[in-house]
Design a protein around this ligand. Sequence first.
Ligand SMILES: [Fe+2]
Ligand SMILES: [Fe+2]
Length: 162
Amino acid sequence: MSLTDWKNDREYISLVSDLLNTKEVQKLNNYTQHHNGTRLEHSIDVSYESYRIAKRLHLDYKSVARAGLLHDLFYYDWRTTKFELGTHAYIHPRVALRNAEKITTLSPKEKDIILKHMWGATIAFPKYAESTIVSVVDDVQAVQEYFGHLRKKFQVKLAKFN
Ligand SMILES: [Fe+2]
Ligand SMILES: [Fe+2]
């Protein structure tokens, strides 16, 4: 799913534009996320979808929008880079947090959102409802991006028969 309506959502843009305009966030456009689309597109999708859910639930949608956008702020290809000290699932939220702190000041909740977004794969449990939202939306996005990739592949194969 690609949510392009964020471009028409002034309130959302006002919450994240300072971050979106940094070269650190724009750099995410150079990395492929789950087969389909860049890490920047993925980060915006997760941020915007989480923001909409948090808003509906009267939660802290501002923190969700900002930390959601920064949750994968790391610069390596997770499919080829391996670590000695832990899995990618464990390491990358920590790298993202460190990078995020270089471009903005984060509240304890925003830190938790970034750090715990992999809590299904690691044991660190979220402290806030807002962290759980971003984590669940991130999982759903990953599945959708994967199926989008399969659908494309399938269409290419079908096109060969036409
Ligand atoms: Fe992640
Ligand atoms: Fe993610």
